[in-house]
Each structure stands twice: as C-alpha cells, then as structure tokens.
Design a protein around this ligand. Structure first.
Ligand code: 48F
Length: 267
C-alpha cells in the first residue's frame, strides 16, 4: 500500500467516524425528556441532576464553548463568588472553592475551573451538549410546549435561508440568561400567557445582590405547561434584580429546575 493511499484511508476513516458518531448522537437526541436551551451555569447544573436520575437530557448552546457567563468572572478577572448554600453543588461537581477572609458565608473560586467543571459534570452524568446550535423557535403540541426548533449558529449569524430541524421533548428549560429568549418566543410569537402577573415578561431590574440571588431561585418555575425557566432567564421573566459575578443563586436555581422537572416527569 503506498503512503499516499494509506493516508487517504486514514483521512476517510477519521471523517467517517466523526460523521457517523455525530449523526448517531443527534438521532438519539431528536426525542428527549428534557431539552435545555443554553449551556450557562444554571442549565449545566440542572442537566447533571436530571441526567443522574436517568432522564434523557440535551443542551443546545449557541456558542462554541458552553459555560455562558461563567468564564469571564468579574470584568474578566477570572474569579467568581458563591455563598455557602451552594457549596454542596460545587462539591457534587468536584469544583474547588475557598472562603473569603472576613466575609462569612462567601467563597471564591476560579471561573475557568467552574465553567469546565460544570460542563464535564453535566456530560459525565449523561447529558448531551450540542454546541454551536441556536434555538430559533419552540414546538407547540396540544396545550403545551413540546420541543425546540434548532439550526446551526453560523446559519443564524449569516442570515442564511436554511430551514431548521426539530427536537421533541416532554419539557423545555429556558436557560438563555439575561435575554430569556425562549420566553420571548413564547410570549411574542406563540402568544402564550405565562404564569406571571401580566402573562408577559416583567423585565430584569438593576443590581441588588441579595435580592437577585434569592429571587433567581424563587423565580425558577414552570411558566407554561412544559416550559420552565432557570437562572437569569427566570429572574428576567419575573422582574428580579441582577447580581453580577456571584453564582450561588444560578447553581441553586439549576438544582431547583431539575427537581421541578423530575416531579413533573414523575421521577
Ligand atoms: O447567561 P448564562 O451564563 O445563563 P445563566 O445560567 O447564568 C447567568 C450568569 O452567567 C451571569 C449572572 C450571574 O450572576 O448574572 O450572567 O442564567 O448562559 C446562557 C447561555 O445561553 C445561550 C448563550 O449563548 C449562553 O451561553 N443561549 C442564549 N440564547 C440561546 C442560547 C439560544 N436561542 N439558543 C442556544 N443558546
């Protein structure tokens, strides 16, 4: 066998392995129990807790790297702060943390370790992450939200006229952060009335750390049959305050979202 021929065979083998395995992964996730939009900290925590209970869960993340707003810490200083209440979640993921001297119940951690640890924790528990995939619409079935409409992020960014594919799920979790993209689609395009005082999105308020942290968890709920929100998306829907580079509420929100969904699925 000549060198040229064997290198062609290896190249074909590599390409075939990638195409076959990706196709199998996507086919396997065209119908899931829970479809999560966005791969920020709240969503990644929710994904691990769901997957650990045997729930079939897939995350669709617009960017190449999941992790959302975790990576950049505060103003690109790659450290974040969490409260003691969320330490058991960090421990569950094996992410290190240390107390802040003179600030009882507050801790710091490396934001790169946190982002990568959350991603690995979700995937190693069995969740699948599809990166560079944007969710552009929801699927509506009967009287409930029943899936997602997806396309490649480059297709979205370039404005190419390419029809999407769909993912069917029993539950959809909006983890899109500050913009609450799926909730906006639900209200503005599908004309759904959410479980808020107006039926619409109340809009995020300015920074107030203590209030925002607590309300992020409180506002994590099912807003329409089959449609849940976590993290900053939930806070935006209910008019909660923002909180900057403190992430305990995000993780507690993700765990609460998982528990609500498990209950809904009867698990
Ligand atoms: O914003 P993000 O990190 O979500 P989160 O879990 O955490 C918020 C914190 O990062 C921070 C904060 C902490 O105190 O306030 O902001 O609420 O991650 C949201 C992810 O969703 C992706 C987006 O790229 C980001 O990685 N995303 C948003 N819209 C879509 C999407 C979409 N339509 N399709 C796919 N991914």
């Amino acid at each position: 066998m000549s060198d040229t021929f064997s290198s062609q065979v290896i190249e074909t083998t590599i390409s075939r392995a990638i195409v076959e395995n990706f196709s199998a992964k996507l086919l396997d996730n065209l119908t899931v129990d829970v479809a999560i939009v966005g791969g920020g900290p709240s969503a990644l925590v929710a994904a691990r807790y769901l997957a650990k209970k045997g729930v079939r869960v897939a995350i669709f993340e617009r960017k190449l790297a999941p992790g959302g707003g975790t990576w950049g810490g505060g103003m690109l200083f790659n450290e974040v702060v969490v409260q003691d209440a969320s330490l058991e979640i960090l421990d569950e993921f094996g992410i290190h943390h240390k107390p802040i001297p003179g600030a009882p119940s507050y801790n710091t951690l490396d934001s790169v370790e946190m982002a990568s640890g959350l991603i690995f924790g979700a995937v190693s528990a069995g969740a699948k992450i599809f990166n560079a995939v944007s969710v552009e619409d929801i699927v509506f079935r009967g009287e409930q939200v029943g899936g997602l409409v997806i396309n490649w992020t480059p297709v979205e960014r370039l404005g190419m006229h390419v029809d999407p594919l769909t993912v069917i799920s029993q539950c959809v979790l909006d983890g899109t952060g500050h913009p609450s993209e799926i909730m906006h689609l639900a209200v503005e395009k599908a004309q759904l009335k959410l479980a808020t005082s107006t039926g619409g999105i109340l809009g995020e308020k300015p920074m107030w750390v203590d209030s925002g942290e607590a309300s992020t968890v409180e506002n994590t709920r099912e807003y329409y049959p089959g449609l849940f929100a976590c993290g900053m998306s939930a806070n935006n829907v209910m008019g909660g305050y923002r909180m900057g580079p403190i992430f305990g509420g995000m993780m507690l929100s993700g765990r609460k979202a998982a528990n609500l969904i498990l209950k809904k699925l009867g698990k």
